[in-house]
Design a protein around this ligand. Sequence first.
Ligand SMILES: *Cc1c(COP(=O)(O)O)cnc(C)c1O
Length: 517
Amino acid sequence: MLNNQGRPTGVDNVTSSSAVNGAALLPSEPLIFEIGTKEKSGVDLPALDQNVGSKLGKFARKSDIDLPALTEPQAMRHYVRISRLNYSIDAGFYPLGSCTMKHNPRLNEKMARLPGIADIHPLQPQSTVQGAIELMEELAHWLMELTGTKAVSMTPKAGAHGEMCGMMAIKAAHEANGQSHRNIVLVPESAHGTNPATAAFLGYKVKPIKAREDGTVDVQAVKDALDENVAGIMLTNPNTCGLFEPDVIEIADAVHEAGAYFYCDGANFNAIMGVIRPGDLGIDAMHINLHKTFSTPHGGGGPGAGPVVLSDALAPFAPLPYAKRDGDKLTLVENKGEGSDHLGRLSAFHGQMGMYVRALTYMLSHGVDGLGRAARDAVLNANYLKAKLSDLYNAPYGDQPCMHEVLFDDSTLKGTGVSTLDLAKAMIDEGYHPMTMYFPLVVHGAMLIEPTESESLHTLDQFIGTMRELMEDAKAGNVERFTNAPMKAPMRRLDETRAARSPILKWEAPTQQKAAE
Ligand SMILES: *Cc1c(COP(=O)(O)O)cnc(C)c1O
């Protein structure tokens, strides 16, 4: 079956090239532009009175708006059909390592939808949104309390954005101290890709630091790399091998002694919240992914929040706006004062209110003891998977307990003809979202599994059963089950490299001739 762009629309005959060409992301569901028509409208509106005239003047539209018209049920069904092709944390287990795909409690959603919160506007006079600013302040307070720090910038929109914020503050601090020649940032090899990208984006040279045999950062290698040109280190703790960095205090001391700053990638805070405070370990800046640790939705590129906590040394360089309390009144300071070192704005308005509400709800409904319990359960669940799978999957740093995620390599797949990618695709046919693959890069064919604390023992046991059965089947030589997978997903294998390298992001209306082909 072909749709009007000459693309196959059935699931069975999708090829990888059709998947990346022509944006056929969902081959069984045409685009809304292909269903809708322009000739008629989905709603009945009275004809426009031509005598009224337009107040828009030169801004009035000169051409047709070119939107497809559909009836309400047509539009509804289109989007519901698309939503049913999605895999989500609400549909099933999602063990994507480093991403902390945990359940978003419905209470968070209920709070975020309260009209007094959902219906306010960032341009409202501050006197009318005192409660909202108070809520942001309360969240900021608990973020500082949980991390043992004295300042926090709420505005960054994601983890990577928070990294940029923290590194900009570090850069500004060096500049203010006459240290602007410092042009090197140390980044351990196991770092998330966003770390070297952030450093490079801000004009720094990235110097990689080797990992030790046990997967943790080599303190001596850090000390050897430190000199008067190093601006800072970006270190993830717990690291991306799922291990706690045992020498983090010694590293922080050495970094400070060399006049540099310690940026901690705190995306994995889920494993330690309520148990230890990164501020006590000597960090200068750390982003917190509210969408990971504090269970706000990851949002498919939608609104996110990655607040950054800052040490005393960096606090004067935090971006605008920030809240100031004057008696009972809260003010958002939106302009730099005379002689202020604050960075300007990093984003429009004040951050993502809906995410703040959800994160604060999560915190208050857990309490500090509950947050610590959640972190401990996340670690327990990962170690349970490790214990139940290590005879079939090789855990390269397996002689120590892991934190919230367990890392396996592909050594036990050797000789089977099945790769990490094939195994991941076969998991889709079993109803699971695959784990994180080929990351961190320090391990061959890496499989990084993060169960999170929100899964039940029953779910974990089911998953263990599936993973064991898959490895046994791979070893038994049933290669095609893997290399042909996924068979049951809406899409078969895609040319993912091509999709990433040459994405087609804009739909073009088919020309008459092409449509006829
Ligand atoms: C998720 C993650 C990031 C980036 O966070 P985003 O919100 O996706 O930008 C950075 N570092 C680590 C270790 C992460 O897991």
